[in-house]
Design a protein around this ligand. Sequence first.
Ligand code: NDP
Length: 326
Amino acid sequence: MPAAIRVHRTGGPEVLTYEEIATPLPAPGEVLLRQHACGVNYIDTYYRSGLYKAPSLPFILGAEGAGEVVAIGEGVSEFKPGDRVAYAGAIGSYASERTYPANRLVPLPEAISYEQAAGMMLKGMTAQYLVRRTFKVSAGQTVLVHAAAGGVGLILCQWAKALGAMVIGTVGSEEKAALARANGADHTILYRSEDWVKRVADITDGRKCDVVYDGVGKDTFPGSLDCLKPLGMWVSFGNASGPVEPVPMLLLSQKGSLFATRPTLGTYVAERADLLATADDLFETVASGKVNIPVNQRYRLEDARKAHEELEGRGTTGSSILLPSS
Ligand code: NDP
C-alpha cells in the first residue's frame, strides 16, 4: 500500500502524520511516479507551521523528489513508464507514490542517482539561479553565504568558488565551519558568537562583499546590508530564523545605493525552457565534479518528524532525504 506524510493541522513537527494512501490516478497531462527518494527542505517547515499557506487541509507535505514513471495520463508524450525523473516545485512529495504534471518533470541522467536528485533538485536549482542569474558571480568577486553548511549553503559555497569568487560563509558551529571550508568557503565565521559584520570587514580589508546570499532572514538583517560594498546586492532568499521585517527603501540608499531582491525558484523556472536549462546546468556542474551534493541525513519516510526536528534544531548539514519503503 502506498504511504505518505500528511498534515491535518498546521503546527510543529508533531503534526506530521504517516498514513497509507490510495494509489493516485494520473489526470490528463500527469504521470504517476513511484518515488525512490524525497527531499526535505526548509520550505517544508513553513508549510507545516502555517507561515506559508498550503492550498487546503489536509495536504501531503514536501516539494522535491525523484523516482520512476509507472503510468501516464492522457496526452502525455514526453515520458513513458520506466523513465527516471526528478522535480522540485508542487507540494505533495513526502509519499511513496504521487502524480505530477509531466511538463514540470525533468528527465534524470544516468549519472545522477535518485538520492542525489532528491538532495538537489530544489536546493541545487536554487543555487544555480542565485549564482548564475540573480547575481552573476564572477572571478575576483567576494560572496557572503549565510548558513553556509546547510543544504543550499554548501552548494552555493562550492558553486561560487568554482566561478572564481572568494567565499565567506557564516555557520552555527565549529563542525559546520570545517564542512563549509571543505566545500569551497575560503573563510568561515561563527555568526552566533562572533561580531560577523566586523569579521567580514576585517577579512575583506574593509572592501566588503559584492553579494550576500541570505537564507537566514530575520536574524541576519540588517547586518547583511552592512557587509555589502556600494552597489552590492542583498539576496534575501529565505527565512530560516523568521521573516525579515519590512525594509525601508531609504536604508538601501544610506548604506550605499544597494540592490535588494527576494527571489523564489518558482519564478525562475516558470517557463519549461528555463526549468530544463536550470536543471541541465545543475546536472552538468554536478557530473563534472565542480559541485558535490552532500546528502548527509537519510530517514525513512515514516521518520519525517525526526527530519524536521533535526533541520529546525540546526542539527543537519547539507541535504536531507526521506526514503519510502519499496
Ligand atoms: P538549511 O539546511 O540551510 O537549514 C537551515 C539552516 O539555517 C540551519 O542549519 C542553520 O544553520 C540556519 N539557521 C539560522 N538561524 C536559524 C534558526 N533560528 N532556526 C533554524 N535554523 C537556523 O535549509 P535549506 O537548505 O533547506 O534552506 C536554506 C534557506 O534557503 C531557507 O531559508 C529556505 O527557505 C531557503 N530557500 C529558498 C529558496 C528560494 O527559491 N527562495 C529555495 C530553497 C530554499 P546554522 O546552524 O549554521 O546557523
